[in-house]
Design a protein around this ligand. Sequence first.
Ligand code: AMP
Length: 170
Amino acid sequence: MTLNQYIRDIQDFPKPGILFKDITPLLGNPAAVKECMALLLNNLRDQKIDKVIGAESRGFFFATLLAYELGAGFVPVRKPGKLPYSTFSASYELEYGTDTMEVHTDAIKPGERVVIHDDVLATGGTAKALCQLVEQLGGVIVQCNFLMELSFLNGREKLTPYPVYAPLVY
Ligand code: AMP
């Protein structure tokens, strides 16, 4: 199966000049989701993982599935003001703007082994903010895991020295 056919390109969304990678066709196809999960779990199945942390909002879909498959807990990282308990925050730059992400202060215990997941690795700002939050909580980053990487934006470099894995590369 070619997963690329389930990723829809939307020109100029959410603003002019951005080619948006829409994963809703993939999410709507159970065979594609299954294939995707098999790829995302590469190198992870034989590792001890305590938490999978997903970035709001499109990171939630596969982060939750990955956590379930790995027998790990799921941790949501959300936009400011969305999480009800006390939070730590980290600011970051997007391909289209700047933003802040928050995580609950008790979401990860010191020494826990963590996988970071988001749908798209673009400039790497979002994932770097997640890495900062995980380390602030004392977690150990095992892998930064993405459905796809926009390699021309060099986000991978920003995530050095963490291992980066993305089955689809554009
Ligand atoms: P970045 O922080 O630049 O790596 O951007 C990653 C975040 O922005 C992810 O949460 C993506 O969902 C979203 N994103 C950035 N660029 C795109 C794109 N071209 N298509 C879809 N989502 C994107």
